[in-house]
Design a protein around this ligand. Sequence first.
Ligand SMILES: Cc1ncc(COP(=O)(O)O)c(C=O)c1O
Length: 373
Amino acid sequence: MKVPFFTPWITDSDKKSVLKVLNQRWLTDGPALKKFENLFSKFIESKYSVGCSSATHALHLSLKSLGIGKNDQVIVPTMTFSATSDVVRYCGAEPILIDVDMDTFNILPEKIEEKITNKTKSIIVVHYGGQSCDMDKIMKLSKKYGLQIIEDCAHALGSTFKNVKCGNIGKAGCFSFYPTKIITTGEGGMITTNDNKLQLKSRLLRSHGVDKTPSIREEKALWKYDIIEMGYNYRLDEIRSSLGLSQLKRVNQINKMRIKIAKKYNQSLQTIKGITIPKTKKDRNHIYHLYSIKVEDSYKLSRNELFKKLSQKGIGTSVQFYPLHLMSYNYTKYKNKKNEFTNSNKLKNQILSLPIYPTMKEKQVNYVISCLK
Ligand SMILES: Cc1ncc(COP(=O)(O)O)c(C=O)c1O
């Protein structure tokens, strides 16, 4: 049997929605983006949503809109995708890596405080795998030191902390619609915020820093436009927006289906010696964008051997993440500081993400379980 690590779920109504948009005159900067942004704000309960071409670009626009630049420092977890720290470098600022919790793989708030300097301007927290960080502790640090909190919600569409949606707690939330994510547009992203200045600035920078978009110029019969600032082309076109809109309509169903599979995994895997199932803290939910187990020393195989063995049996798994401080790109900077990351150094040999997605069949879930057993 084949069990790929991930398969996107594209329905007939998703396809219809995309085809419909192809008959529009505006294929970018049009009505589908507006509808997608409005429904997104409704779901997150944020005042504003700004669609963009990826979560990477959503993070970059958020930092730029907050004025992060040269000589600034931004705190990020080491156990994340490179995009979370790359965007800090895009701004000319310095990412400061922090270790993560052994149970949730989320950034350790206790470790943040000792790294705050007068250069620190912001913290990007990552809600690993679809479970929120400890946002009470993070927001306390934000108040105490005047730091802007950006939530990297690439995994967290529908995650909550004390019943508040992730993406509606810090200054901005940044979501990904990459094909493996909760909903997909192929490539795409979204910023959520309650800050009017941030949303206006992000919209401006998303489209070259132009004061009037082409659709507004047409509507107002004005040719004149100005470039207020250097910007980017980080737009989310109508084709992708229409796919996102159609998918967002069933996001609760998608998350329910993932949670159902996670429960089945939890029940069956918790009794296997040497396998630690994901832990959920009591003041938050888990939507299982990732179902990441820990393969402990007492299991019969190492994590790497298990990865290989499952692959031979037709099961796709993945390692999320290999810590950033050990990547070649960062190696020189962190060469003498490797011991600061005790937990991540251990987790890097233990974590394994199992297949989990709405289209996964019960017999596929059972097959993964029986192979692990
Ligand atoms: C935690 C995290 N942040 C950001 C990103 C970047 O998302 P995108 O591919 O939409 O730019 C990813 C992608 O996997 C991610 O896992």
